[in-house]
Design a binder for this molecule. Structure first.
Ligand code: ADP
Length: 601
């Protein structure tokens, strides 16, 4: 509920639209209500029930006054002309009614879509803000469908309701007032009937809302599946696993179909049931009303207007009942949105954080321990090491030893659970996080590139000249192949850079990292084998960029390791050996084994 109020409080940012929309809605209501008694003279003339001579009525009954003006009009203009003017008036009233109906929607549109725009923007910003740890427990598909479907759902359920809530009351109140004014007894009679019908319809609607929650869940599953499949096409095709994926998708798709069929069948039953109930009520009203007309307790034209007024109440009443259902559905979507928006990012700059962009002496791990959330085993334990400025430190160890965790702690992708990491003696948690991350250039194992041009992938939001981009590419041994591309630096490299070879992608990511000229490099060497020429170019590029910097390398190649100033051998999250290649190779221990097997990870 709190989330709903927060959503509604956004309306204040769209005050102008909101007020104009309310104004239009009020005008719409007034014209709707006014159009009802206007029908009386129309029917009066049609049924020839106007007295020949105008007699000023003594009381204030609308009916009598209308009759008085009508006979006045008939006397002066003739019956045909009088009917004509009544029709003209009717058309005018309905013209304005619909004009305001349109303007109410017209002014509501910027509010609805503005609120939705804000929600989407906030969600996207949040997705970027949240720490990596958040994503270990989330499914991509669910996060995508929250940003697309859930936001859509909020738009058309909750905001639709707001719209009808502000539109209907005046029309309903006006119509009901008019009905009571005409015949209080008949009005009471009708409302008892409506209440009875409403109870039955309500039962049907109630069973609906539970199932619609599952619909979102299924959409998320499907989205996840498609996203994974497209991302993993290379593997799927390579392993001839198309049928396996198809079968998995079939299963999800089929249960989605079954659920939707069930939900829609249930939902579709609501409309016929309510129509049938509605007609029954109207029939009873017609029967009872005609009865009153026969007994001359009610004028036929008044009865017509009454039925019309009743119709004006039924429509909004129906929308109120579906509003309840829609709010339930929208609330479920809003909850999913708010759950993300309310997740706090604990990895942020402290107030008064230190601004620091350079490394002068060393990076130190002091008794660092780290556990992943929901995991009781230490991924790193009691790690103490000094990385001096200018050193190349290589991390070696079998898979799962903690190498990635070690490097992820440096730019604070995760915060240490125990101990501290300091740069020049300053705890990295005290450094402004933007500054901290600026100190690192990161080259990941799988080259992560985006659907954009080479130049944009390289500068990646930074403000660099063409010269600088080319210089970085030269250092990364990428300039030559880029020059040969059809549009050079302005070539679009396709989704995830798929139009480039593996080696080219890696060199481009190296260029991206060195373009910013960061003091510290974090390199995760690719494990996948490249052809020897590419391999040589990549290795050569890496060695060039490491030369003048401090580097932490998750190493998989002997040539890289041999160059290192310090090798850290990790096992189960602990440093079990450290030192230079020449020394370690002579020690009995895991390092010797790694070298013998030529496998460092
Ligand atoms: P390496 O890079 O040496 O292969 P990692 O640093 O990736 O090893 O992993 C170290 C340990 O932490 C492993 O036991 C792994 O299962 C665990 N781990 C890694 N990432 C996560 C995560 N996101 N959530 C929970 N546990 C993780």
């Amino acid at each position: 509920m709190e989330g709903l109020w927060r959503l509604l409080s956004r309306i204040k940012d769209y005050k102008r639209s909101f007020i104009l929309s309310i104004f239009s809605n009020s005008m719409l209501s007034i014209f709707t209500v006014v159009s009802i008694p206007l029908l009386i003279p129309f029917f009066s003339i049609l049924f020839d029930r106007i007295p020949a001579l105008p007699v000023r009525p003594a009381g204030s009954e609308i009916n009598e006054w209308v009759k008085y003006y009508m006979s006045d009009l008939i006397v002066s203009q003739g019956k045909e002309m009088a009917l004509f003017w009544v029709c003209v008036l009717l058309v005018i009233v309905f013209f304005f009614k619909n004009l305001f109906r349109y303007s109410a929607l017209y002014f509501m549109a910027p509010l609805r879509f503005g609120i939705i725009y804000d929600l989407r923007k906030k969600l996207f910003n949040k997705y970027l803000d949240l720490p990596l740890s958040f994503y270990s427990n989330e499914r991509k598909g669910a996060l995508i469908s929250t940003l697309t479907l859930d936001v859509q759902e909020v738009e058309w359920s909750i905001l639709n309701v707001i719209e009808s809530v502000f539109k209907s009351p005046i029309i309903m109140a006006g119509s009901i007032f008019f009905m009571i004014y005409i015949n209080a007894g008949l009005t009471l009679f009708v409302f008892i009937l409506v209440l009875f019908a409403g109870l039955i319809i309500g039962k049907v609607v109630n069973t609906l809302k539970k199932e619609s929650n599952n619909v979102q869940e299924m959409v998320a599953n499907l989205t996840s599946h498609v996203e994974e499949t497209i991302g993993g096409l290379r593997v799927i095709k390579g392993f001839n696993a198309e049928n396996y994926q198809i079968t998995k998708f079939e299963k999800e798709n089929a249960s989605f179909r079954n659920l939707l069929t069930k939900v829609v069948n249930r939902r579709d039953s609501a409309s016929p049931i309510s129509e049938f109930m509605g007609v029954s009520v109207v029939t009873i009203l017609l029967w009872y009303g005609s009865h009153l007309v026969f007994k001359e307790e009610l004028a036929p034209e008044t009865f017509f207007a009454f039925v019309f007024a009743f119709y004006q109440v039924i429509e909004p009443a129906k929308s109120f009942s579906s509003a309840y259902f829609n709010i339930q559905k929208g609330m479920a979507a809003l909850d999913r949105i708010n759950r993300v928006l309310e997740t706090d990012n604990e990895i942020i700059s402290k107030p008064g954080a230190i601004h620091k962009k350079s490394l002068t002496t060393s990076i130190d791990f002091n008794n660092v321990g780290f556990k992943y959330k929901d995991n009781n085993v230490y991924a790193l334990q009691d790690v103490s090491v000094e990385i001096k400025k200018g050193q190349v430190v290589a991390l070696v160890g079998s898979s799962g030893a903690g190498k990635s965790t070690f490097v992820d702690l440096l730019p604070r992708f995760y915060d240490v659970s125990e101990g501290t990491i300091t740069i020049d003696g300053v705890d990295i948690r005290d450094i402004d996080i933007t500054d901290l991350r600026e100190m690192f250039g990161i080259v990941t194992q799988d080259a992560i590139l985006f659907l954009d041009t080479i130049a944009n992938n390289s500068s990646f939001g930074g403000n660099f000249s063409e010269e600088q981009i080319m210089e970085a590419a030269r250092v990364a041994n990428a300039h030559d192949f880029i020059e040969l591309l059809p549009k050079g630096y302005h070539t679009n490299i396709g989704d995830r850079g798929l139009k480039l070879s593996g080696g080219q992608r890696q060199r481009l990511t190296i260029a991206r990292a060195v373009l910013r000229d960061p003091p510290i490099l974090i390199l995760d060497e690719a494990t996948s084998a490249l052809d020897s020429e590419s391999e040589r170019l990549v290795q050569d590029a890496l060695h060039k960029v490491m030369r003048s910097r401090t580097s932490v390398v998750v190493a998989h190649r002997l040539s890289t390791i041999q160059q290192a100033d310090n090798i850290l051998v990790l096992e189960n999250g602990q440093i079990v050996q450290s030192g230079l290649h020449e020394n370690l190779i002579n020690e009995i221990g895991p390092y010797k084994k790694f070298v013998e097997m030529q496998s460092f990870s």
